[in-house]
Design a protein around this ligand. Structure first.
Ligand code: SF4
Ligand code: FES
Length: 259
């Protein structure tokens, strides 16, 4: 198959000087066309300061409208565009081409590969079925649980108590951590790092009274003890959350019952 190519010919030569030639090698899958995924190359002339998401937009809008991927905010907030870029989980909207392309003489020496995150059923191209991921999230009850002592004013909390779960409040549910976990690849029944991070966020909240319930849920055979501390999750998290540390804190809370 010929590689679709997009040249920005309508720009003045000086305006296009900064553009580079990059091949994007994208894992395509269409269940209506066959059971196998195939790689397809697209060659772009693009500003290296643009993001991988901009390249995907350019391909979809100008070369192949059938290319399918999720995105919403385009600014690292909604968590919908986690994908495997050059073999590593990243958000397409937070990944600059210049940071991952090996550029020489105005072109990338190697294609940039883009494929769906691993361990989840691929529905089409870069879109995976996120429902099992969100079911695990729902299972840990990611909301404040209190025993009927409704406050008449806000529930007060010291700065030190707030600090205990500050890191895990940053989660955007992108699934980059869970889909980089070898335990999850081998057995999708494992709750996975993201669900544990979101349990941590409430277990260590001094205003919450559902910690014991959540710990029992994570004491399950598919729970927190499946973690093998590979740190893949921490490396993958685009929010810089210390995911492995949070999992370790939940394990410790299960042993000591102090949280
Ligand atoms: S912990 Fe990080 S990688 Fe995992 S879902 Fe949350 S934001 Fe994404
Ligand atoms: S599109 Fe929302 S995080 Fe990337």
């Amino acid at each position: 198959m010929a590689t679709p190519t997009l040249e920005k010919t309508d720009e003045a030569p000086s305006a296009a000087d900064h553009l580079v030639t990059v091949t994007f090698r994208i894992r395509r899958f269409n269940p209506e066309e066959g059971p196998e995924a195939v790689w397809q190359d697209f060659e772009l002339r693009i500003d290296p300061k643009e993001r991988v998401l901009d390249a995907l937009h350019q391909i979809k809008w100008e070369l192949d409208g059938t290319l399918t991927f999720r995105r919403s905010c385009a600014h690292g907030i909604c968590g919908s565009d986690a994908m495997r870029i050059n073999g590593r989980n990243r958000l397409a909207c937070k990944t600059l081409i210049k940071d991952i392309a090996d550029l020489s003489d105005g072109q990338a020496t190697k294609p940039i590969t883009v494929e769906p995150i691993k361990g989840m059923t691929v529905l089409k191209d870069l879109i995976v079925d996120m429902e099992p991921f969100f079911q695990a999230y729902r299972d840990v009850m990611p909301f404040l649980i209190t025993e009927g002592n409704e406050p008449t004013r806000e529930r007060l909390q010291s700065a030190a108590d707030r600090e205990r779960f500050d890191d895990t409040t940053k989660c955007i549910l992108c699934a980059a951590c869970t889909s980089s976990c070898p335990v999850f690849w081998n057995d999708g029944q494992y709750f996975g790092p993201a669900a544990i991070v979101n349990a941590h966020r409430f277990i260590f909240d001094s205003r919450d009274e559902g910690g014991e319930q959540r710990l029992e849920i994570l004491n399950d055979r598919d729970g927190v003890w499946r973690c093998r501390t590979t740190f893949n999750c921490t490396d993958a998290c685009p929010r810089g959350i210390e995911v492995t540390k949070a999992i370790q804190e939940v394990k410790k809370a299960l042993i000591t019952r102090r949280f």
